[in-house]
Ligand binder design. Structure first.
Ligand SMILES: *Cc1c(COP(=O)(O)O)cnc(C)c1O
Length: 416
């Protein structure tokens, strides 16, 4: 073994020692979430006949209906729509937005410009069928410089036309903090005080099971996410969910199928078993990813990089942002992650254009499920200051190996 490797092993050992208390908190949250999910399984008396699935219209799919009641209970909501026909998080969000908003309405985005793929949905870019084209206007309130929601501005923008206020929990592709459940709860209360009937919507992508409560349990009316992220536990190969009030969820369901048909239709094919199994596994797998993210934060910071959130800081999503300040370092990072992936480890990532995103994007995505980012993955839009986003990890052990490879690669780059 070289001195180099010994040093690296020492650093990883130091990281794990310092992270013991954080890891203990993560275990505790995973246990609380496991209990919550299992309690819902027990309350609904899940049996093996619930796992078989349906075809065609999917009418009277009792296993699907039961699964949706379980999601509702676990997320602290009245109702849920959990379907393999929802093709992505953006699709789930679009169902919620088009379900709730009508021509002439306005929506206030309280956490700045929403996630890149929603720009087309809202009509920030001219796209056919966007909310703007349907006569729905929007206001965007940027986060304050300290990362807090600018609640005075949000409240000031709420008018009789305001039908919905939208919060994005996770940082997405932006250098901003994720919002904790405590913060979200406080914001929701303030919104309710000035506008009792406004629909509070949350993009919950990457947030599920990171804390012991979901936004729907602390006052949100409609919460949406992707099953190839947290709640799919790495098992789901497609799907999305919408949870919230019975009324808002039914509006979203009308958008998924057809007005008047709603959630009654929707075959589950062979998806019910993995849908149940993934929800059962999700609290644990999210805990694995969180531990991996803290390890990466600690080690990369010790290698001189600015990361967010720092290892001591609270997390409310799975994403770690790393400022590389240099295109080559960013590429080396993505390539190191790719090289430790179970699939396509031999592939060398390059930056390329991608639908829904403005800048070329470089990705490390050696995943079992295409694009699944609860699996260890890294992505970065190629623009200064060259921020890389690292997320996921189905097992802590895999992330450990990847972090160690990233550290090796970064240290072997020529200095300048
Ligand atoms: C992943 C994600 C989405 C949805 O993206 P899809 O690729 O459509 O699933 C939306 N918002 C945030 C913050 C996300 O991380």
């Amino acid at each position: 073994m070289t001195d180099h490797n010994l040093e690296l092993d020492g650093l990883l050992q130091e990281a794990e020692d310092r992270l013991q208390e954080r890891f203990r908190q993560i275990d505790l949250t995973a246990r609380q979430n496991q209990k919550k999910v299992l309690q819902a399984f027990w309350d609904e008396r899940v049996s093996s006949s619930d796992l078989s699935g349906s075809t065609g219209y999917g009418l009277d799919d009792l296993g699907r209906d039961k699964l949706e009641r379980i999601y509702a209970e676990a997320f602290g909501a009245e109702a849920a729509l959990v379907r393999p026909q929802i093709v992505s998080g953006t699709h789930a969000l679009r169902l919620g937005l088009f379900g709730v908003l009508r021509p002439g309405d306005e929506i206030v985005f309280a956490t700045g410009k929403p996630y890149d793929t929603l720009e087309g949905v809202i009509g920030l870019r001219p796209v056919s069928g966007s909310l703007a084209e349907w006569g729905v206007s929007h206001q965007i309130v940027p986060l304050r410089d300290d990362g807090e929601v600018d609640m005075p501005r949000v409240l000031a923008l709420i008018s009789p036309r305001t039908k919905a206020v939208f919060f994005q929990r996770s940082r997405g592709y932006a250098m901003r903090p994720a919002l904790s459940i405590r913060t979200l709860r406080a914001c929701f209360l303030e919104v309710r005080k000035v506008a009792e009937n406004v629909v509070i919507m949350v993009d919950n992508c990457y947030g599920e099971f990171v804390e012991s409560l979901e936004p729907s349990a602390v006052g949100a009316d409609l919460v949406m996410g992707s099953l190839i992220k947290n709640p799919g536990a790495g098992i789901m190969t497609t799907g999305g969910y919408v949870v919230g009030t019975a009324e808002a969820v039914s509006h979203a369901a009308e958008q998924l199928t057809a007005p008047g048909v709603g959630g009654e239709y929707g075959p589950t094919h062979d998806f019910l078993r993995p849908l149940y199994q993934s929800l059962f596994l999700a609290p644990h797998v999210v805990g694995q990813a969180l531990k991996g993210s803290l390890l990466a934060a600690y080690v990369l910071e010790r290698l001189g990089l600015a990361v967010s959130p720092r290892w001591e800081e609270e997390k409310s999503d799975l994403i770690l942002s790393i400022i590389f300040g240099d295109a080559n370092k960013l590429l080396a990072f993505c390539r190191a992650v790719q090289s430790t992936a179970p699939i396509d480890s031999f592939v060398r990532p390059e930056a390329d254009a991608m639908a829904g995103y403005d800048d070329p994007v470089v990705m490390a995505a050696g995943t079992f499920v295409q694009g699944a980012s609860l699996e260890l993955s890294a992505d970065a839009p190629m623009r200064p200051p060259f921020i890389g986003y690292l997320q996921g990890g189905l097992t802590y052990e895999h992330v450990y190996l990847a972090v160690s490879r990233i550290a090796e690669e970064l240290r072997s780059l020529p200095k300048h």
